[in-house]
Each structure stands twice: as C-alpha cells, then as structure tokens.
Design a binder for this molecule. Structure first.
Ligand code: MG
Length: 457
C-alpha cells in the first residue's frame, strides 16, 4: 500500500509522483499565503523560498510559488539553498515568511515543504494548526489578475550567510592552522557554500559528494553506517577532521583525525565547550533527547543548560527567551542566534575549527575529554495513552529521579538519563537512554522493556 502524505505541524512530506504532486504543493502554498495575509492585515506579504538539491525541487518550487502568488503574495526564489541559508535570507530581506523545500535526510524519492515565520523560526503549534486547517478546508484568499504575486530571483544567499558565519569566529586564527578537511555533502545543498566557507578559513579541502545534484551518493542521514567512506577518506588524506552534512545542511556529523566516526551528539557538545570557554556563566539550550555532555560542560564552567521539548522551533524559542549563547539538538544541529535561529552546519563547522585552532588540540583529544557516554535508542508501537501509562509506572519505579515532563518524560539519575516520548507523526514511543556504565544501561533498558511488555501485551 502506498504511504500516506504526511501533513504534520512540522510541514508536509511525501513521495513525489506517489502522494506528493504539484497540485498538493500549490494548495499548501496558498494556505501559507492566506495565513500570512490574514495575520498581517494590510501589508502585502513577501516570502523567500529555497530548496535542497533534489531533482523534484524545482517542480515543487514552481507549484508552491504559484500557490503563494495566487493569493497575492510576492515570492523571492533563492534557488538551491541550505535550510539555514533560507533562514538568514528571509531575515536579511525582511520577508514575512520563508519556505524550505526539502525532505532533509529522507531518501531521494521524498520531498517536503517547511514554513518559517519572518523571524526565521517555524510557526508554533497553534499557528501551524491554523495553516493546516486552511489547507484541509481549502480556504484560500485568491486574488484577481492585477493583485497576483510576482516571482523574482535572488542569488545572494550564500554570500550573506557566509558573511554572518565568518563574523562569529576569527578566520585568520583558523587559517593559520591550514587544517586538512574532508567535506562530504552527500550531493545536497550544502556542498558549494560549505567549500566556500572552508576555503575562506584557509583549509586544505578534499571534497566528497559536494556537487548539488541531489543524487545522494550514500544514505542521506549522517549516521555511522552511511559515512564509512568518509572515515576512509579522512584516513587516506591524513586529514584533521571530516565533516558530513545532510541534504539541506542543517545537521553536521564529525569524523576525527583517526577516521573514527564520533557522530552528531559531539557537534553540539564541542561547540558548547567553545562557547562556555568564552563565556563561562552563559546559558545554552538543548532538547530533552540530547546527550548529557553539554550539562557536564556547562556545570564545569558555572553555566546552565535549558532543556526543551524535541523540535528545532522549541529550542530556538527557548534560546531567544533565555538569551542563550548556543543551542541545538543532538542530531548535529547547532543554533547560534548571531547567525539565525535555525540549525546550521556551517556554524557547526566554523565553531569546531575555531575550538581546534584555539586549543591546539586534535578532534579526538577534544572528543575524548567530554565523552565516555553511550546512548541507546529503541522504539515501541504505542499510542499516547499507552505511553502515558508506561511513564506513570516508570515514575513509581524511579521516585528519586529528577523529571522533566515537557515532552513525554525525561528521568535524570546520578548515573545517566532516560527519555520516553511519543512521536508527533506516527504511533510510536521512543526510548532514549544514556549512561557511562553498560551494566546500568542494561538495568534501565530491562526495566523499561518489562513495563512495555506489561502495558503493550
Ligand atoms: Mg536536515
């Protein structure tokens, strides 16, 4: 059976030619345009649109742009552009909103549409629900011929984005190190701008899959199994570091100078290490499923970490509210508000290289100094009510744990933590556990397993 088109609060995602068509995309664009018009009465909205490198991107762009124009919204076409690049441009051009056409790390047959408000952050849940209702109720404020939106192009995203990223580091300090870097962009949108950044930082680069063809050379998610070839290339090139971006370049995974995949959790942790070194009393934000490494780093510096529900917009909002100097998610997504409230692999690369330049340490030394944890992830088929019962039972078993219930329940113990949450898009309950001691991990996992057997039998 064909999969259903997913229209959740985080946007639309589907398979091109199977459940995602230009008609669908145009109506989704018209819904977003109608929402923007109604929420800023009188002002003619302008929306910037960027897309990752998937071959279906230009078709979906034309459809979304025509949907927006049909309700009287002007469109700026940013062409192939990273997700953080769209965020930077829509603020630079003072747009009312932005659209990113990407299915992120999903395979080539997929594409997706995500909306951003004028502040560069995804619409919060109530607004996302209104856009969804407008789409399903087909309530579009269509306009006549004279008032139709106009579409223009702007090719300046990479330059504006790079200028912002370069402004948060010391490029000449990095350039003096002449770092050898392997960059794997999986032929997504991040290749050209990523190479330009590394060039400006004086790095000697081995480019891998940096052509934005959208024909992904390996699995698009920057996981260990998908980056075996990157590890090999780092060893062969005797490089200092390997960077891997996902197709829309908001996530960044790291490979150390030994060719060891050290993964995505370390991206935020090491960037946080740099920021807390600079500003020990500062604040950081991370979602509840992110490694405790960032808490260890903050505690050592005398700073603090604000934990949020999973989802980029939740982290970004907490960062703005609490004036956080850094934030993000354990999937390699780093947010620095000086560049924009969006996860940004270019920010990640720049700050990691700055940390290496400043400390004079290798990536493996830096990673080993903050690491030592192991993370375990499992999932169960469970609905919200079943998940709530499992959480309730777990709370009785662990009465002394510190709990955070802003997204499912996170239990913090002296020797690790456990996060139980349900998915927003499917009837799945995720369990994420992190400890340093494998024996403790086994005990926690067995306990949860037995609770699940009990409730889900
Ligand atoms: Mg992504």
């Amino acid at each position: 059976m064909a999969q259903e088109l997913i229209i959740s609060i985080s946007g639309m995602r589907g398979i091109i030619g199977e459940n995602m068509f230009p008609e669908t995309a145009a109506e989704y664009g018209a819904a977003f345009g109608t929402f923007l018009k109604r929420s800023q009465s009188g002002k003619r909205p302008v929306v910037a649109i960027g897309r990752d490198s998937r071959p279906s991107g230009s078709m979906i762009f034309c459809a979304v742009a025509s949907g927006l124009a049909s309700v009287g919204v002007d469109v700026i076409d940013l062409g192939i552009c990273t997700t953080p690049g769209v965020g930077v441009m829509l603020r630079h051009l003072e747009c009312s909103g932005g659209v990113v056409i990407t299915a992120s790390h999903n395979p080539l047959p997929y594409n997706g549409i995500k909306f951003l408000l004028g502040n560069g952050i995804a619409p919060p849940k109530p607004m996302a629900e209104s856009i969804r209702s407008l789409y399903f109720d087909k309530q579009f404020d269509r306009v006549n011929s004279v008032d139709c939106g106009k579409v223009s192009a702007n090719e300046g995203a990479a330059a504006v984005h790079l200028e912002k990223v370069l402004s948060i580091i010391n490029p000449s300090q990095i350039a003096a190190k002449k770092f050898k870097v392997v960059l794997d962009s999986v032929n997504g949108a991040g290749g050209p701008v990523g190479l330009e950044l590394l060039d400006k930082l004086g790095c000697v680069v081995t480019p891998v899959n940096t052509e934005p063809t959208g024909l992904f050379a390996h699995g698009a998610e920057p996981t260990e199994q998908n980056l075996v070839s990157l590890s090999e290339q780092v060893r062969q090139a005797k490089a200092d570091i390997g960077f891997a971006q996902d197709p829309d370049a908001d996530r960044l995974a790291l490979v150390d100078e030994k060719g060891r995949y050290i993964g995505e959790e370390f991206t935020l942790a090491l960037v946080a290490r740099y920021m807390f070194d600079r500003n020990p009393g500062g604040a950081a934000a991370a979602n509840l499923s992110t490694s405790r490494m960032i808490d260890d780093i903050a505690a050592k510096a005398g700073g603090k970490v604000i934990r949020t529900a999973v989802g980029e917009a939740n982290v970004a909002e907490a960062m703005v509210k609490n004036k956080c100097m850094i934030g993000g998610e354990g999937n390699g997504g780093v947010i620095d508000l000086r560049v924009g409230p969006i996860r940004d692999s270019l920010v990640g690369m720049a700050l990691i290289l700055q940390l290496m330049a400043q400390t004079g340490q290798t990536l493996s030394q830096l990673a080993d100094a903050v690491g030592g944890y192991a993370m375990y992830k499992t999932k169960y088929t469970a609905n919200g009510e079943q998940a709530a019962r499992i959480i309730e039972k777990a709370r009785r078993i662990y009465p002394d744990a510190q709990v955070n219930t802003s997204d499912g329940c996170r239990f913090d113990f002296a020797d690790g933590w456990l996060h139980i949450r349900t998915s927003n898009t499917e009837p799945i309950m995720r369990v994420i556990l992190e400890t340093k001691d494998p024996a403790a991990a086994k005990r926690y996992l067995e306990t949860i397993e037995s609770l699940c057997r009990d409730v889900l039998k």
